[in-house]
Design a protein around this ligand. Structure first.
Ligand code: ADP
Ligand code: MG
Length: 252
């Protein structure tokens, strides 16, 4: 397994508050790696440091063989970072926004091909502000693909989406990985991490408290003698909801 990101003893202080307290982890090429943790755990801070968007206090970060301290501009060229939705001009159409971004990245792209990838070709001439929540998230993921990045960073891409839009986004993320990219995603949805991630790091109060595949973590817990207090049913309420309302997207 090739290591594509290596983080060693990373620390970040905001004033005298320690937000990230010396974390170390490796991300392997081609995997979907999850950072899980409650609000304020330090997930976004960690991502933004690796993305070269935020200074670290100390520690070492290597991205695809490039040292963050020495080659931030080289790192920027090989990564795709999902912007928060507020980063888009609301009055421009999706095509106009893609053209704007490809200009910024100095990349030739076919806007329609890109929109097709995220299932938004029908919305090409619509304005950004006319999109639903799920469509906006798919569009923002499309913009991360413009510079054909090796590594894609997604910070809570599914927060606030309905179940259909969430599953639809999982498919999209799996497609992106199938094309060879490495994906790093943060989430606080456990079902999402279990379904999507090859490995996860659980972060709490600036420290990694566990790092493994979801399967292994669950097996370890069961092996330790843990039992669910009540009997588990073969389905849950989300299964009921999806069965009743279908898997098709509503917001197209
Ligand atoms: P997460 O993404 O896991 O919710 P963050 O990395 O955003 O966590 O934040 C980690 C901690 O650092 C939180 O306590 C947050 O309030 C604090 N923090 C984040 N950004 C700043 C900042 N610019 N200045 C001061 N404190 C910050
Ligand atoms: Mg965050």
């Amino acid at each position: 397994m090739n290591t594509i990101i290596s983080v060693k003893n990373l620390k970040k202080n905001y004033g005298n508050f320690a937000a990230v307290k010396g974390i170390s982890f490796d991300v392997y090429e081609g995997e979907i790696f999850g950072l899980l943790g409650p609000n304020g755990a330090g997930k976004s801070t960690t991502l933004e440091i690796i993305e070269t968007l935020r200074d670290k206090t100390s520690g070492e970060v290597i991205v695809d063989g490039l040292d963050l301290d020495k080659s931030p501009n080289e790192i920027k060229k090989i990564i795709g970072v999902q912007l928060q939705t507020s980063g888009f001009y609301p009055g421009l159409t999706l095509i106009e926004l893609i053209e704007l971004f490809s200009g910024l990245y100095n990349q030739q792209v076919n806007p329609m091909e890109l929109l097709k990838l995220v299932n938004l070709e029908d919305k090409a001439k619509n304005k950004y502000k006319e999109m639903s929540g799920g469509q906006k998230q798919r569009f923002s993921i499309a913009t991360t693909l413009i510079n054909k990045p090796k590594i894609i960073f997604l910070d809570e891409p599914t927060t606030g989406l309905d179940p259909q839009a969430r599953r639809n986004l999982w498919d999209l993320i799996e497609d992106i990985r199938a094309k060879g990219a490495t994906v790093i995603i943060t989430t606080h949805y456990m079902d999402e991490a279990e379904q999507l991630c090859d490995r996860i790091a659980i972060i709490d109060e600036g420290k990694i408290i566990s790092l493994d595949s979801p399967d292994k973590m669950i097996d370890d817990l069961v092996a330790s003698g843990f039992e669910k207090p009540k009997q588990i049913k073969a389905a849950n309420l989300e299964d009921v909801f999806i069965r009743l309302t279908g898997k098709e997207m509503r917001d197209e």
